[in-house]
Design a protein around this ligand. Sequence first.
Ligand SMILES: NC(=O)c1ccc[n+]([C@@H]2O[C@H](COP(=O)([O-])OP(=O)(O)OC[C@H]3O[C@@H](n4cnc5c(N)ncnc54)[C@H](O)[C@@H]3O)[C@@H](O)[C@H]2O)c1
Length: 406
Amino acid sequence: MKIGIVGLGVVGLSTGVVLADQGHEILGVDIDEKRVSGLECRKSPIYEPELQELLVKNFDKMKFSTDYSILSDADVIFITVSTPTVNGKIYLNYVFDASKKIAETVKKSSTIVIKSTVVPGTARKVKEILGHNLKVVVNPEFLKEGNAIRDTRNPDRIVIGSEDKESGDLIEKLWSFTNSPVIRTSFEEAEMIKYAANSFLALKISFINEIANLCEKLPNCDVEVIAKAIGFDKRISPYFLSAGLGWGGSCFPKDTLALTSFAREKEEILKTIEAAIEVNQERPARAIKMLKELTEIKGKTICVLGLAFKPNTDDTRESVALKIIDLLRKEGAKVIAYDPKAKSNVEMVTLDECISRGEGVIVATEWDEFRGLEEKLKGKFVVDGRRILDPSKMDRSHFRAVGLGV
Ligand SMILES: NC(=O)c1ccc[n+]([C@@H]2O[C@H](COP(=O)([O-])OP(=O)(O)OC[C@H]3O[C@@H](n4cnc5c(N)ncnc54)[C@H](O)[C@@H]3O)[C@@H](O)[C@H]2O)c1
C-alpha cells in the first residue's frame, strides 16, 4: 500500500520505518525543513534503538517532503503530528492544519488515520474538515520512547475507532502482522482509551512515589521491597511501580493535563489524576531537599547524571533532570551534567569528569551506564533519584535514595 505519514517525530518515524519494513511504500511529510532534509540524507532526527538502521535498510521505499502533494494518491494517511498542551489545554491546531492540507491535496478516497493523541470529539471535527471523500479512523499509539520500534512491531493491543466497517478493517489488516489483540471501538472510545491508559500509568507512578515519601521517614523501610512485593499481586502487576523523581517526557505531563482540563470543561473533576499531577510536580524539589540534607549546595559543583526523561532516548521534553538543574542553579550551585545521548544548555562533560568534579551527584535518569558506579562515587554526596545504586555499597552518611529509609 501507499502510506502517507504526516508528522515525522518519534511516532511518525517509528510507524513509517516499521511499515516500510513490511513492504509498504512510505510518503513522509513534515513542516520542519531541517528534519526533512536530514531524512532525505538517510539521517534520523531522533535517537531510538533500531530506527536509524531501519531507515537506511528501507530507504528506497521511503520518500520525504515538506510538500503535501506527495500524498495525492496515498491509500492510507497517518496523522502523527504533535498535540502539545498550551496553557494547560490540548492544542489541536497541528492536527487541524494537517487535516486541511490533506483535504486540499488527496484526490482519491483515502483513509485518514489519527494516531496523534487527541481528546474525544477531535475525530469528528477532523471528519468535517476532510469532507465526504475521505474516511477517518482513530488508531492511538501506545509506544514507549526508548522502545519505540519494538513497541510498534509488537504492541500490547491495537485500538481501532471507526464509523464504517470497511476503513476499520483496512487498518486492522495493515497491522495484522503484529498478531496483537485488536479492539474495535467508536471514535470517542479510541480517543479516551489513550488518555485513560496514560493517566493510569502516571497515577501508578505517583502512587508509589507517595509510598516512597513515607518509607523515607521510617527506619528499615525500602520502597523497592514494598513495590516488589505488591507487584506480585496480579491485580497490581510489577510495571510502572518504580519510585523515582517522577514522570516527564512528551506524553504523561501533557496528556494528564489535557485530560483533566478537558474533564473540567465537561464539569467533571478527575481528582485522582489531578492529585497524581500534584505529587509529580513536587518530585524535583524533593531531590534538592535530599541533597541539602547531606551537604550545603550553594557555591558547590553538582553533577547531574542523565538529562533524557528516560533511558535509551535523547528526548528531554519535560525532563525531570532539567527541572532539577534549574532548582540547583537557583540554590547557587554550579551544575555540570553527563548524558549518553541527550544535550542541554548546561556544561556537558564526560561521565568520569562529571563524577570527579561534582562534589554532589544526583542520578536523574536510569541509564544502564550509571549502574555499578558505587566505588567511583566514594567521598561524594550522592542522591540516587532512580534507585540504580546498591545502598549496601554506599557510605550512608553521604547517600540518600528515593524511598529508602535512613
Ligand atoms: N512520543 C511518544 O512517546 C508518544 C507515544 C504515543 C503517542 N504519542 C502521540 O503521538 C503524537 C506525536 O508525538 P511525537 O512524540 O512523535 O511528536 P514529535 O513532536 O516528536 O513530532 C511531531 C512532528 O510533527 C510535525 N508537524 C507538526 N505540525 C505539522 C503539520 N501541520 N504538518 C506536518 N508535520 C507537522 C513536527 O514538525 C514534528 O516533526 C502526539 O500526539 C503524541 O502525544 C507520542
